[in-house]
Design a protein around this ligand. Structure first.
Ligand code: MTE
Length: 323
């Protein structure tokens, strides 16, 4: 009989590393300053890290807070938790990936927009960010592992990017793809994963007012561990849909095969809308643990954003909308 090997994604929710454990090991990391300057120390000490890169479009921060998304009904999560308790499998399967993620080089960083569009293009990330209307939005964020946070993202509506891309009428889905660079990202050498990380939305979801292309967090450009230079944020869905460090956006007629739905199809589907009444096969989704206080609060359908997105899912009874 073959030995049963536990894979990282088989962890039970209550065994996922708690933030205190991660923070304890990384006590020196008091905030983003430490993260941002970490490569600098290596450089001065004569180690092999390249010199620090200038931030992308720093003059655009802080952006004005949107009055429509100025309050998420819960206190903001202290910044150090959002910056040091991360999921970024390209840099490791634990939560303390922030140091490893500093290896990601952000210049040059181009984003390719292709597939069913009037004209395929490749655009520099800084140039794209400069063309878009940036704003700050405070959103609740709910990971499928039942931890949650409330953070101020800076970004632009994904609908603006869709308009910029000019999709053809046959386009029904948007596919997002992360970088592929196993030399920089050791996780991408784990060949049981179908790299690069891919996510997808329907065009209706992508043009919903809530869908945000995030470029910043806490009033500054995104840190690498949070998905610099740009990542998706879809707050009514489980966090794995919010793909980080995007390199390619493709408009398609067919539903994209998403990273986690290939790895564990019965646990992480295409839709992944938050719903307390649909348990994960290995844990309940009834409540969530707030990063920072560890308080457990009830989970809400669509993470409390049903007024914005509930209509998108009417008439889809045959679909597994909540995993
Ligand atoms: N994007 C990429 N490219 N790789 C990842 O491993 N993890 C996802 C999502 N986006 C992931 C990703 C998961 S599971 C979550 S919960 C969120 O990123 C975590 O975002 P955060 O670390 O900024 O909180």
């Amino acid at each position: 009989m073959k030995p049963i090997r536990r894979r990282p994604w088989d962890e039970r929710e209550d065994r996922v590393t708690p933030p205190e454990a991660v923070l304890g090991r990384r006590r020196f990391l008091q905030g983003s300053g430490a993260v941002a300057t970490a490569p600098l120390f290596g450089w001065f000490e004569g180690r092999s890290e390249p010199p620090p890169e200038p931030a992308i479009a720093p003059e655009r921060y802080p952006a004005a807070r949107s009055p429509r998304f100025a309050d998420a009904g819960r206190p903001l999560t202290p910044e150090r938790y959002a910056l040091s308790y991360n999921n970024f499998y390209e840099f490791g399967t634990g939560k303390d990936v922030a140091d490893a993620a500093q290896a990601l080089r952000l210049r040059p960083w181009t984003v390719r927009i292709d597939g069913l569009v009037e004209r395929e293009i490749e655009i520099d990330a800084a140039e794209l960010i400069r063309r878009m209307p940036l704003e700050e939005r405070i959103y609740r964020f709910r990971c499928v592992e039942a931890w949650a946070m409330v953070v101020p993202w800076t970004g632009f509506p994904l609908a603006e990017l869709v308009a910029f891309a000019r999709p053809l009428s046959a386009a029904r889905y948007v596919r997002f793809e992360t970088f592929l660079d196993p030399d920089t990202a050791p996780g991408q050498r784990l060949d049981w994963f179908p790299w690069p990380y891919v996510e997808g939305l329907t065009l209706e979801e992508a043009t919903n007012e809530l869908a945000l292309m995030a470029t910043g967090l806490y009033g500054r450009p995104l840190e690498r561990q949070n998905g610099a230079p740009l990542r998706l944020v879809v707050p009514w869905k489980y966090g794995f849909k919010s793909i980080k460090s995007i390199r390619r956006i493709t408009f398609t007629a067919e539903r994209p095969r998403t990273f986690w739905s290939v790895v564990v199809p019965h646990e992480y589907g295409f839709w992944a809308n938050v719903n307390p009444d649909v348990p994960h096969p290995r844990w309940s989704q009834r409540t969530e643990r707030l990063l920072g206080s560890d308080e457990r609060v009830p989970t809400r359908i669509y993470n409390g954003y049903g007024a914005w997105v509930g209509h998108l899912y009417r008439g889809l009874a045959g679909e597994e909308l909540f995993r």
